[in-house]
Design a protein around this ligand. Structure first.
Ligand code: HEC
Ligand code: HEC
Length: 145
């Protein structure tokens, strides 16, 4: 078939009433400026004890609120309490020594750029209903007895 005809035929098919009936947006008839899900307002837990870990390599969960904590090129609010020069005064856990290695495993004198954006791995906890059911169990060696 002539190559020019294929787009023409495809175009005509789209215009046919049959094709029109099948075209439907995944979000239904709702206008794009309206969210289709009910708004979720997470209730972050109050500052408290550190949370148990489920596996040894897990980035520990953040046991406090982080609303408005700035992390950008010039300033990292998390380091103002978790940095090695600050943790004692703040009573916070010092950042892990693993955060001072670059990706080749070389030791660095300051936090590795790959670890700078803490929230890539560490997340606060809200008492929200899980979106997906989860039956995950911690490894035996970490289970609290
Ligand atoms: C004002 C000081 C302060 C700031 C700022 C702060 N934290 Fe904390 N953080 C703490 C303290 C104190 C604890 C110890 C538990 C507690 O008292 O809530 C803690 C605990 C944690 C823990 C748990 C450690 C563990 O061993 O389980 C993580 C993870 C953490 N913070 C991450 C962060 C991240 C990421 C940020 C920035 C978004 C941040 N924190 C900013 C004070 C702070
Ligand atoms: C790429 C992922 C990643 C990033 C980014 C990251 N962390 Fe972690 N963090 C981890 C993992 C995984 C652990 C647990 C294993 C370990 O110690 O390396 C951890 C451990 C910790 C701990 C607990 C240390 C202890 O002695 O138990 C603290 C506190 C912490 N991180 C704070 C931070 C802060 C603050 C930042 C940002 C400046 C940050 N982390 C960035 C993955 C990350």
């Amino acid at each position: 078939m002539n190559k020019m005809l294929i787009p023409l035929i495809a175009g005509l098919l789209c215009l046919s009433p049959l094709a029109q009936a099948e075209v439907k947006s995944l979000r239904g008839d709702r206008p794009p400026n309206e969210d289709s899900r009910p708004p979720i307002k997470p209730q972050y837990r109050k500052d408290g004890e550190v949370l148990p870990r489920d596996f040894v390599q897990q980035p520990p969960l953040i046991p406090h609120k982080i609303d408005g904590y700035q992390i950008d090129l010039r300033y990292n609010k998390c380091l103002s309490c978790h940095g090695w020069d600050k943790y004692r005064e703040a009573g916070a856990t010092k950042i892990s020594q693993t955060h001072f290695k670059d990706r080749e495993g070389n030791d660095l004198a300051d936090i590795a750029p790959t670890r700078y954006f803490c929230n890539q791995c560490h997340v606060p906890q809200a008492n929200a209903k899980p979106l997906v059911e989860n039956t995950f169990q911690p490894v035996e060696s970490l289970k609290e007895k």
